[in-house]
Each structure stands twice: as structure tokens, then as C-alpha cells.
Design a binder for this molecule. Structure first.
Ligand SMILES: CCCCCCCCCC/C=C\CCCC(=O)SCCNC(=O)CCNC(=O)[C@H](O)C(C)(C)COP(=O)(O)OP(=O)(O)OC[C@H]1O[C@@H](n2cnc3c(N)ncnc32)[C@H](O)[C@@H]1OP(=O)(O)O
Ligand SMILES: Cc1cc2nc3c(=O)[nH]c(=O)nc-3n(C[C@H](O)[C@H](O)[C@H](O)COP(=O)(O)OP(=O)(O)OC[C@H]3O[C@@H](n4cnc5c(N)ncnc54)[C@H](O)[C@@H]3O)c2cc1C
Length: 646
């Protein structure tokens, strides 16, 4: 064990194990997660570092691992969805798998949209993996749902739907598992009796069940990408492909072609809401991994000098702390927000299953906004962590390049982030309702007292300062008032309308304000949820260290967005000047606990897969060892010498 890292652990002021329990949701859950993690010792999961393999080898290795995972899940009798998720995220490490979409989109779509008869037919096939599914929605030319071109036309004479991609732009593009899957949930515009009824989901068989040969359908892999090398993102062109009427999910077409309206057309989009909710938790996980790597490495790396003494640990440099500790605070904040998002998703979808759709718009808005907010922040954060590791952060052995390449598409898939932030219609609607005197409930209730607060551009000197920067509840309050930026967005729309612009143009001309309002709303939610969580934590040592992190998270956010807070008169200029001073104090308070705080995330070394983030801190000898395994070192003289240089 590296002596620096040993010393760091001795300095901790709290019980790391107890903090792990809080993050997992209780000691039982930690115990179970650790039991599941023992699978990492299984030699069947031994594999070559994917960084040393070609794309085709990576795909093959990933498929082998996926198949092994399925067999082991059966062998160990793991069937609880949360446990399957935990098991898979342990085994998968930092990479995705081509069968991932079967689990996260195909199966959930079947569970939520099959009727009884369909469940009886499809679920046994899909849960036994005879049917391997993908989710084919996006097209070469479009992702906007109303703009999708693939059609499903009902033919009452044969009781079939005819699926067709009429143009190049209508070819399905990006769905994972182009080579792996034999079925797809295809999203297509439904036509019956000559009328279009919008987007609906259909189960389409793509390949022969025994030979895996494609049916008369063009299907394949779209080629190498920025990352996702294990995943065969695919294309799919349907040329008048016929499927039985029973393959339409939720069965909205009667045998005579009559269309039966669903309770809400948006239920078809349910799987996206599910994944967006999951991505909040994934952001927390990846932020936590990146911080673990960068902070452990910074504790063992020594460089240059502060005083004329031996080289200090780079974690002692104030600038290094300023790079990493706000991200550490973010990882904790997002962990609690991830827990909230999962609970909220299951609570509201439970109500939806009982026929109560009243909270569906809020679930959509919150999951879309928090997905965008947390993935954007994490995306930037991983890169900061990588750079904070200097040159070694650029080596694939650090895992940080892979974490970035695998994570960055979360800002794009399941709804491009700007587009998701623009789903703020809900915020603007709520604002208008509150302004009309309606009492809002839940997370939007802060808009109720807007009329009294009138948060908008004012000279700071004209307002009393509301905030004690050392008081977390005051900071939450000021984020809440800043979130009232939605007022500016609503006003911008109003002004545009007054210029006789159409509603659509008024919306587009206010889009920057709308995205800002959405961002401020999400930021408020994160600060509030982090602060609320503190009241549940009884252990005084842990409460103290997490309060320090929450303060850092809140103040750092204010420093980054100081213009908003000053403009709204929520803080005075002298207070704004105090914030960097307080931030520096908080960095010093966090410093002795930094390694313990990342240890509490409890990532086994095999899950981190990072030489820099090793628990024992023995970085250098293992970097050397890793490099020697590079395929270029397989021979002392590379064949290129004989071919070209000699
Ligand atoms: C630790 C956990 C690990 C978990 C790991 C998970 C990792 C996953 C790895 C998998 C890898 C990759 C998977 C990627 C899969 C995909 O990307 S699938 C494709 C996803 N595509 C999209 O997301 C498309 C984005 N676009 C849209 O959703 C819509 O076009 C958009 C919402 C932008 C607009 O919707 P439209 O219906 O076309 O248009 P509008 O008329 O504007 O909307 C009408 C009203 O409906 C409301 N709405 C929209 N969506 C929903 C919804 N989902 N639920 C409820 N309500 C919705 C919208 O707000 C409008 O409301 P209003 O009329 O204003 O009241
Ligand atoms: C790794 C990966 C895996 C994927 N897996 C799947 C899958 O399994 N199944 C599937 O169906 N799809 C999948 N996708 C596709 C993914 O869902 C889409 O790429 C995503 O929804 C974004 O759509 P787009 O690519 O059309 O981007 P675009 O919408 O074309 O975005 C391009 C730019 O235009 C801007 N823009 C677009 N519309 C607006 C607007 N209304 N207002 C303001 N700005 C706008 C965006 O902000 C962005 O800057 C995957 C994508 C990736 C990268």
C-alpha cells in the first residue's frame, strides 16, 4: 500500500463504511452489492483490456461477456431488476454492451406496453433471450418524434401492418444491437382508414430465429464511433414489411381498422422517460468514478514545490483542490438526486399504471431537465478530472478517456440536451398558472409567491441582501429565487407575441432564456435535494462533512453564475466578494477527508479499471506493467521495421 494513501485514510474524520451505507440506502443493500461484486473474481469474466483490441474483437469479447452474464444471472438466481442492474454495472465496468438495449429499452417497453395476451407471448421469449431486442426510433434524417417518416399502414384484408421506410432519411439509424438483435420495437406513424394517428410502437422480427440471417430487411452496423465500440449501433430499412396486427403494442387498431385512442398519446414515449430517469443516477456514478480516480492519484502524485521542502502531494495545491472538490461535491449531490429521481419515477409510474396520469407532465419535465443538467455537468467534470491527472490522465490506463467517450453521448441520446431543456413548456405553464392565482403543489410551488418577490433585473444596490452565505437554507432560498428566471423567459415570449410574432416564433426567439430558466430550475432542485438529505443523516461526523460539501456545491454554483444572482439582487457585491474566500476555507476543510470521501463510493478496483485510481495507490509500477502489455510490445522489433524502415 502506498504510504501517502495510508496516511490519507488515517486522517479521515468520519466512518467511511457508514457513509457507504447512506449512499447505498442501508447496510443490507451494501452487503448485497458487495456479494454481487464477488462475481468479479469469476475467471469466466477474465478478459483482455479492450484498449488492446480491434473493434471487431471488442464486439466479440463484449457479446461473450453478455452471454456469460445471462448464464450466471440464472445460476445465481438473481432476478430482481435493481440487482440485475447492479450486477451488470459491476461486470460491464466502464463500457456498454450490445445487449444493454435489450435490458434497458426493449424489455421495459414490453413490460409497460404489452397487453395481457402480448405479455404471455413476448415476455417469456424476451426474458429467456430467444428474442433479442432493440429499440428503433431515430431515423437518419430525424429524431423529432412528429417528424419521423417510417409508416405502419393497416391492411384489414390480411389483418397486418405494412411497415415502410419510404426515403433514405427514414432509415432507422443508431439503434443499438444492429448485428446482435433478432427483433426490434419499431416506432412508426400509424395509418389506418387513410388517416395518420401519430407515432406508435410495433414489434418487428428482423432475423431468422435459428440462423440469425436477416429476413428480407436491410439491417447492419453503422460503423465506428467516438466510443461505444462494444455496441453495434445499427441501421434498419424496412421495405413494405408485413407484421401481424397483434404486434402493435397497446393494440389501438380494431380488426375493422377502427382506431381506439389511448388514455394519453405520450404513454408511447414512456421508455424514454424511464431511461432519462436512470441517466441521472448514471451521471452520479460516473462523476463518482472520475473523482475517485483523480483524487486518489492526486494523493500519491508529488510534483514541484510549495515551500523548499520535499515535493508536495499535488492534492495540496489549492488549484488542484479547486478543480476536484466541487466535482466531488457534485458527485454526492447527484447521488442523492439520482435516488430522488428513481423514487419519483416509480411513484408516478405506479399511479400511471393505476390510471392516474395527472403527474405525467411533471415526470416528463423533471426527468428531461435533470437528465440534461446532470449529464452536461458530468460530461464536463470527467474532462476536468482527466486534465487534473496531467499526462497520465491521457493514457487509456487511467480509464478517464474511456469514461468520457462512453459517457459523452448521454448528452445526445434519449433526447439531445438542449431539446430536453426546452421541454420547459411545463415551467412556463406553471408560471402562468401561479400568476393567475392558482396554488401550485410539489416542486413547482416556489412559483406561488413570485408576485411578492418579483425577481428580475434590478440594480443590486436597490435591494436588501437576503442571503447569509454561511447558511445553507439561505442558499437554497436564493437558488429558488434565481429559478424564477422563468419569469424572464415568459416575459420574453410575451414581448415577442406583442410584436405580432406567431407563438412558435415567439418561443424560438426566447429559447436562450428558456434554457437558462430550465437550467436554473434544475440547479435549484439539486441544491434543495442535497440540503434536504442532510436532515436525514444522524451521524454527526458524516453530517458535518456532507454539510461542508453541500455548502461548497451551493457557493461554487453561485460563483459560476454570479451574474444571475447579482442581477436579481439576491446577493450584494461585497457578499459576492466573500464567496471565493469562503470557498477556499471549505477546500481546506474538505482536504483531510478527500480520499475517505471517494473511498466511501466503494468501487472495487476491477470496476474502476484505472491504474491511477487503484485503492492501494501503487500507480507507477502498475503503469509500467500495463504499458508492457501493449500489443506493440509483443515483439521486440515491429514488422513495420522490416517492411518500411530497414
Ligand atoms: C446506474 C443506472 C445505469 C443505467 C444505464 C442506462 C444506460 C443506457 C444506455 C443505453 C444507450 C443508448 C440508448 C439510447 C436510446 C435512444 O436514444 S432512443 C431515442 C430517443 N429519442 C429521443 O429521446 C427523441 C427526443 N425527442 C422527443 O422526445 C420529442 O420529439 C420532444 C419531447 C422533443 C417533442 O415531442 P413531440 O410530441 O414530438 O412534440 P410536442 O408537440 O412539442 O410535445 C407534445 C406534448 O407532449 C409532451 N411530451 C413530450 N414528450 C413527453 C413524454 N415523454 N412524456 C410526457 N409528455 C411528453 C410535451 O411536453 C408537450 O406537452 P404540452 O402539449 O406542451 O403540454
Ligand atoms: C451512442 C448513441 C446511441 C443511440 N442509441 C439509440 C437507440 O438505441 N435507438 C434510437 O432510436 N436512437 C438512438 N440514438 C439516437 C439518439 O437518440 C439521437 O441521436 C438523439 O435523440 C439526438 O438526435 P439527433 O441526432 O437527430 O440530433 P439533432 O436533433 O439533429 O441535434 C443537432 C443539433 O440541433 C439542435 N436542435 C435540434 N432540435 C432543436 C430544437 N427543437 N430547438 C433547438 N435546437 C435544436 C440540437 O440542440 C443540436 O445542437 C443513439 C445515439 C447515440 C449517439
Amino acid at each position: 500500500m502506498n504510504p501517502d494513501i495510508v496516511k490519507e485514510r488515517q486522517n479521515a474524520s468520519f466512518d467511511v463504511q457508514k457513509l457507504t451505507y447512506i449512499l447505498d440506502g442501508g447496510p443490507e443493500k451494501t452487503k448485497r452489492r458487495r456479494e454481487i461484486s464477488l462475481v468479479l473474481n469469476d475467471p469466466d469474466f477474465d478478459e483482455e483490456d479492450p484498449n488492446f483490441l480491434s473493434r471487431s474483437e471488442r464486439y466479440e469479447q463484449a457479446v461473450r461477456k453478455s452471454a456469460q452474464m445471462i448464464l450466471k444471472l440464472r445460476e445465481y438466481g438473481i432476478s430482481d431488476p435493481a440487482e440485475i442492474n447492479c450486477y451488470k454495472s459491476v461486470v460491464r465496468g466502464n463500457f456498454h454492451e450490445s445487449l444493454g438495449l435489450h435490458y434497458v429499452m426493449f424489455l421495459p417497453t414490453l413490460y409497460s406496453q404489452c397487453d395481457q395476451e402480448q405479455s404471455k407471448k413476448w415476455l417469456p421469449l424476451a426474458t429467456s433471450f430467444e428474442v433479442l431486442g432493440t429499440y428503433a426510433q431515430t431515423e437518419l434524417g430525424h429524431t423529432h418524434l412528429r417528424g419521423l417518416e417510417t409508416t405502419a399502414t393497416f391492411d384489414p384484408t390480411t389483418q397486418e401492418f405494412v411497415l415502410n421506410s419510404p426515403t433514405v432519411t427514414s432509415i432507422k439509424w443508431w439503434p443499438g444491437a444492429g448485428k446482435t438483435s433478432n427483433h426490434a420495437v419499431v416506432l412508426a406513424q400509424l395509418y389506418t382508414r387513410g388517416k395518420c394517428h401519430g407515432l406508435h410502437a410495433f414489434i418487428v422480427q428482423l432475423r431468422h430465429m435459428d440462423t440469425h440471417e436477416p429476413l428480407p430487411i436491410l439491417v447492419g452496423d453503422i460503423g465506428p464511433k467516438f466510443g461505444f465500440s462494444e455496441v453495434d449501433n445499427g441501421f434498419l430499412k424496412l421495405d413494405h414489411v408485413r407484421i401481424p396486427r397483434e404486434n402493435m403494442l397497446m393494440k389501438h387498431v380494431e380488426p375493422d381498422g377502427r382506431y381506439v385512442k389511448p388514455a394519453s398519446a405520450k404513454l408511447t414515449y414512456g421508455t424514454m422517460v424511464f431511461i432519462r430517469s436512470l441517466l441521472v443516477g448514471l451521471s452520479a456514478l460516473v462523476m463518482a468514478k472520475s473523482c475517485t480516480i483523480a483524487i486518489r492519484y492526486s494523493a500519491v502524485r508529488h510534483q514541484s514545490e510549495i515551500r523548499s521542502e520535499p515535493e508536495p502531494q499535488i492534492l495540496d495545491y489549492q488549484t488542484q483542490q479547486y478543480k476536484l472538490f466541487p466535482l466531488l461535491a457534485t458527485a454526492y449531490a447527484f447521488s442523492f438526486v439520482g435516488q430522488y429521481m428513481t423514487e419519483t419515477y416509480y411513484r408516478i409510474s405506479g399511479d400511471i399504471n393505476q390510471g392516474d396520469l395527472s403527474e405525467l407532465p411533471e415526470l416528463h419535465a423533471v426527468s428531461a431537465g435533470l437528465k440534461a443538467f446532470t449529464t452536461w455537468t458530468t460530461n464536463t467534470g470527467i474532462e476536468v478530472c482527466r486534465m487534473s491527472c496531467g499526462g497520465h490522465g491521457y493514457s487509456r490506463s487511467s480509464a478517464l478517456p474511456d469514461l468520457y467517450a462512453e459517457f459523452t453521448p448521454t448528452c445526445t441520446y434519449e433526447g439531445e440536451n438542449t431539446v430536453m431543456m426546452l421541454q420547459t413548456a411545463y415551467l412556463v405553464k406553471s408560471y402562468r398558472q401561479a400568476k393567475a392565482g392558482e396554488q401550485l403543489r410539489g416542486i413547482m410551488s416556489y412559483l406561488n409567491d413570485m408576485e411578492q418577490r418579483h425577481v428580475r433585473a434590478h440594480p443590486a444596490s436597490a435591494r436588501p441582501a437576503l442571503v447569509d452565505i454561511n447558511d445553507l437554507s439561505d442558499l437554497v432560498e436564493s437558488y429558488k429565487l434565481r429559478a424564477a428566471l422563468v419569469e424572464s423567459a415568459a416575459k420574453s415570449i410575451q414581448q415577442e407575441l406583442q410584436k405580432r410574432r406567431s407563438h412558435e416564433d415567439a418561443w424560438n426567439n426566447s429559447a436562450i432564456d428558456l434554457v437558462k430558466a430550465s437550467d436554473a430550475h434544475c440547479h435549484y432542485m439539486v441544491v434543495k435535494l442535497f440540503t434536504d438529505k442532510l436532515s436525514e443523516i444522524g451521524d454527526p461526523d458524516i453530517n458535518l462533512v456532507l454539510t461542508t460539501l453541500a455548502q461548497l456545491y451551493a457557493l461554487h454554483g453561485i460563483a459560476l453564475n454570479s451574474g444571475d444572482f447579482l442581477q436579481a439582487g439576491l446577493l450584494t457585491v461585497p457578499q459576492m466578494q466573500q464567496i471565493p474566500v469562503r470557498i477556499k476555507e471549505l477546500l481546506c476543510l474538505i482536504r483531510p477527508n478527500a480520499v475517505a470521501l471517494v473511498d466511501a463510493f466503494d468501487f472495487p478496483d476491477k470496476v474502476l479499471s484505472s491504474v491511477l485510481g487503484r485503492y492501494d495507490g501503487n500507480v507507477y509500477e502498475n503503469l509500467f506493467e500495463w504499458a508492457r502489455r501493449s500489443p506493440l510490445n509483443a515483439t521486440e522489433v515491429h514488422e513495420s521495421f522490416h517492411k518500411y524502415l530497414k
